[in-house]
Structures are given as C-alpha cells and as structure tokens.
Ligand binder design. Structure first.
Ligand SMILES: Nc1ncnc2c1ncn2[C@@H]1O[C@H](COP(=O)(O)OP(=O)(O)OP(=O)(O)O)[C@@H](O)[C@H]1O
Ligand SMILES: O=C(O)c1ccc[n+]([C@@H]2O[C@H](COP(=O)([O-])O)[C@@H](O)[C@H]2O)c1
Length: 211
C-alpha cells in the first residue's frame, strides 16, 4: 500500500503507560494516521543506562500494551541497532521500511522542549513531520522550532510517568489502571523495578515471587 500516513511513537517505555497510549491514539485519530508504530529505544543515551530495564523487557511490554489495537504496531529498529538511539536513525530506518509513506513523529511537550538539542536535528526534521502533544506539568510550545515542521495537539491529560510507575512498584504500591493490565502482570512476572529478592504484590491477595 502506498501513500499512507504512519505515526511514530518513540520512547523508552520503562514501562509503557496509559499516557503514551492515549497520546498515540489521539494523534492517530486527529491526523488520520493509518498506523502508529511504537518504537522502544535501544540505548536511550540521555537516561542513566544502569537504571534502564533491558530493551527486550521494554519491547515486550510495548507489544503487550498495544496488541489489542489494530492500528498499533511495534518496531524493533531501535532495539536491534547497536549503540546510542538517535531519532534521526529511527526515522531513516522507518523511511526504508515505509518508502512511499509520510511519517509523523509523536512527542510529548517535555521532549519537544529539548528537541533542537537532539542528534542531527536538522536532518530529523526533513524525515518526518512532528506532532507535539500536551503533557501535564509541561508547556507545549513550538516557537523555537522550524516553521511548518511541527503541529501541536491537545490530548486528554494523563498525569502519569514511567518514573512514577517504577517508584510505585519499588514501594510495593499498585500500578493497576496506570499501565495496561498485561503490563502489570509482565512487571510482576519478570520482577521488574522491585528491590532484589523482594516478593511481588500483584493484587490485594495474590503474591508472585520475584525470579
Ligand atoms: N503522560 C504523558 N502524556 C503525554 N505524553 C507523554 C506522557 N508520558 C510520556 N509522554 C511522551 O512519550 C514519549 C516517551 O516517553 P518516555 O518513555 O520517556 O516516558 P516517561 O513517562 O517520560 O518516562 P520517564 O519518567 O522514565 O522519563 C515522550 O515523547 C514523552 O514526552
Ligand atoms: O535523537 C536524539 O538525540 C534523542 C534524544 C532524546 C530522546 N530521543 C527520542 O525521544 C523519544 C523519547 O525519549 P525518552 O528518552 O524521553 O524516552 C525516544 O524515541 C528517543 O529515542 C532522541
């Protein structure tokens, strides 16, 4: 199929949460995107590599979270590329996979603020149109960006971050309804975010031992 409109939702997704999913869903509808490709980062070079979960876990949580939406897919391009993950490479790889199609890179207001400092930002803007989405606690502005390169989109406010999800799990607090059910179960099964050797609280009565 040619001439399709492909959304690209990049993120560390450690873990993926409903803020990511609502942003992608809203962009899909508002920009009439045929598909939204979620792209978990391989090595997010601006995050502390010691504290980021294995790429394979983040990839699988993204697959679990998106499986029920026929317009959502997940790409391994960043997970499978060696070295630091740069969006310019993500977009170049996706342009090869979707040579006839138009790419729309979806990004939250916090990331948009910093985007001019991203690796080879000028080339990046040539490879995709950018969609900046609202995120509670951040101002969504585009006056620092090349004219016509970015569209701004208000999405339902989800005051959720992966950091807060990790902190809740570490403290034994629930993340039900912040992340999809399958992701709650994946986190418990793999023992993610819990201090070494601590049991897992899956629900009020169920306990799953960490591996
Ligand atoms: N609640 C949210 N609403 C809108 N956009 C979001 C939200 N959370 C994350 N995003 C956007 O999703 C993309 C991927 O974000 P990322 O995986 O780093 O999640 P995060 O919650 O910001 O993680 P962390 O807390 O670990 O920094 C970024 O463009 C980010 O701005
Ligand atoms: O290309 C860059 O220099 C760059 C710098 C920081 C973040 N990004 C991308 O922005 C997306 C969100 O990143 P993060 O670290 O906030 O999860 C993800 O796709 C990253 O690869 C890209």
């Amino acid at each position: 199929m040619s001439g399709r409109r492909i959304g690209v939702m990049g993120g560390t997704f450690d873990p993926i949460h409903h803020g990511h999913l609502v942003a992608a869903s809203e962009a899909q509808v508002r920009f009439a995107l045929d598909e939204v490709v979620f792209v978990p980062t391989g090595q997010p070079y601006r995050k502390d590599s010691q504290s980021v979960s294995p790429a394979e876990d983040r990839y699988l949580m993204t697959v679990v979270a998106t499986a029920s939406n026929p317009r959502f897919t997940v790409s391994r391009v960043d997970v499978d590329r060696e070295g630091a993950t740069y969006t310019v490479d993500t977009l170049a790889d996706l342009a090869k996979i979707f040579p006839e199609d138009e790419l729309f890179f979806i990004t939250g207001a916090d990331a948009l603020e910093q985007i001019l400092s991203w690796h080879r930002a000028d080339d990046m803007f040539r490879l995709a149109h950018f969609v900046g989405v609202t995120r509670p606690g951040f101002e969504l502005v585009d006056d620092h960006l090349p004219r016509g390169s970015v569209s701004l989109l208000e999405v339902p406010a989800m005051a959720i971050s992966s950091t807060a999800c990790r902190e809740r799990v570490a403290a034994g607090e629930p993340v039900w309804y912040l992340v999809p059910d399958g992701v709650v179960q994946y986190i418990a099964k793999r023992g993610l975010y819990r201090p070494e050797g601590q049991g897992w609280v899956l629900g009020p009565t169920e306990h799953v031992a960490s591996e």
